[in-house]
Design a protein around this ligand. Structure first.
Ligand SMILES: [Zn+2]
Length: 440
């Protein structure tokens, strides 16, 4: 019997190690490599966070990055609870200077920039040249941008000709292949160079911003004294743009299934909804944080009060419009896409107070889904389209209403439709807030 017990024991032990190896595999993938400043990038299947600097990361900064990852995980959980799609990863890059080696950018996405990685990239770029349908080409480029979100561009037929894509075969393809090879060689040769020396190949922005094309959020830091905590709301605002982009993509897939839309095309298509996109991003920060104001003011630079986008500040539509009319040359600040929905910000704040946060979240999300899908189903057929010459297949809607009354009342219309799920008592509260903010 002893050998059987031994075999059983050995088998169990073996299975234990097999399971352990499988369990360790994702960890091995995620821990692809630390950064040159000895910080570890945070990676999961929804987002990555990395702190990039030439100097060693100090303990305080590392703790702040961990805290940011915690905050982002809370946003992931609330998006999941509300049923908001999160199909593309988003990459948050806190950068201190532009002197860190660009290999950090690869590792911050869990990619080791070795021969195998470059061979994969070369093959993926070459595949672009075998496609002649613009929309399919854009979708394949999109996949490349998602895999290498830190690169500024890829050699592709569309970057050579913005209006026409042809099949690249024979000698014609050989020429392009040389171009691809030199692109890959440059990336290899410059892999340990500081970002500032290879900016023409790598994507970054100096201000906090979200780029929907490659789902990047860059957060610049002016000095070491700057407290990252102050940026959490702004970073979550940028994540709100990512969620808006995911909702837009969802609506397009559902309502226009016959053609794929890459992120860049979606960006142009949804430009008329930019004010609502800014509102939605602010709301994401407010709903996931503790602040009532999304302040984009840096300490030494002051802008008019209206730029603070305060949810708790009382703003009725009629008062806001009359203030805008009295503002003279500063009327621009009232009509600017970040501020134009300030009365609606107050309306939503009232709903959060008078109903509750969870109901307000559902109402805002449902209003967003209504507006976005009506935009895709109805609006894009009602307004004149102008082809965007720099992005084939994309068009802009000119004449889409963008004045203060139209934008605020359009939101009201969509949220009134969304409010059908409220019970009688909640509807009374909802209508009271409508009257207070949008009534005459
Ligand atoms: Zn924004």
């Amino acid at each position: 019997m002893a050998p059987i017990v031994f075999i059983k024991g050995t088998f169990r032990l073996l299975m234990f190690f097999v399971c352990l190896v499988f369990l360790m595999l994702p960890l091995a993938v995620l821990k692809a490599g630390g950064l040159s400043n000895l910080s570890e990038p945070y990676l999961n299947d929804k987002f990555t966070v990395a702190f990039l600097s030439k100097d060693l990361a100090d303990h305080k900064t590392l703790r702040q990055v961990d805290k940011l990852a915690d905050e982002l995980n809370k946003v992931v959980a609330s998006a999941r609870r509300l049923g908001i799609p999160w199909e593309q990863m988003v990459h948050v890059r806190i950068w201190e200077d532009s002197s860190f080696p660009v290999s950090d950018l690869w590792r911050s996405c869990g990619l080791e920039p070795d021969e195998t990685q470059f061979a994969i990239m070369k093959k993926q770029i070459e595949e672009l040249y075998a496609i002649s349908v613009v929309s399919e080409l854009q979708m394949l480029e999109q996949k490349l941008k998602e895999r290498y979100p830190f690169l500024l561009y890829f050699p592709s037929p569309s970057c050579l000709s913005s209006t026409e894509v042809q099949l690249y075969e024979g000698d014609k393809f050989k020429e392009e292949q040389e171009f691809i090879n030199s692109f890959i060689e440059t990336l290899k040769e410059t892999i340990n160079k500081p970002l500032r020396d290879v900016q023409n190949h790598y994507f970054f922005t100096s201000e906090s911003s979200y780029s929907s094309a490659n789902c990047n959020i860059w957060v610049g830091r002016e000095s070491r004294d700057y407290n990252l905590h102050r940026d959490y709301d702004v970073i979550i605002h940028e994540v709100g743009h990512h969620l808006f982009s995911q909702l837009s993509s969802e609506a397009v897939k559902k309502n226009l299934p016959e053609r794929p839309f890459a992120n860049t095309t979606l960006h142009y298509l949804f430009k008329p909804l930019l004010a609502f996109n800014e509102f939605f991003a602010d709301y994401t920060a407010v709903a996931n944080g503790r602040n009532m104001t999304i302040s984009v003011l840096s300490p030494d630079f002051s802008l008019p009060e209206e730029f603070k986008r305060s949810f708790s500040r009382k703003r009725t539509l009629s008062q806001f419009m009359s203030d805008a009319d009295d503002a003279g040359f500063q009327k621009y600040f009232f009509e600017e896409c970040h501020n134009i929905l300030n009365p609606t910000r107050y309306f939503i704040w009232r709903l959060r107070l008078d109903l509750d946060g969870e109901t307000a979240d559902k109402l805002v999300l449902s209003a967003a889904r209504n507006w976005i899908s009506n935009f895709v189903k109805v609006d894009i057929n009602e307004y004149e389209r102008v082809e965007d010459q720099y992005n084939p297949g994309s068009f802009l809607l000119i004449d889409y209403p963008s004045d203060i009354a139209s934008i605020n009342l359009r939101f009201l219309k969509e949220i009134q439709t969304a409010a059908s799920f409220l019970d009688t008592e909640q509807k009374v509260i909802f209508n009271r807030a409508v009257e207070e903010v949008y009534g005459q």
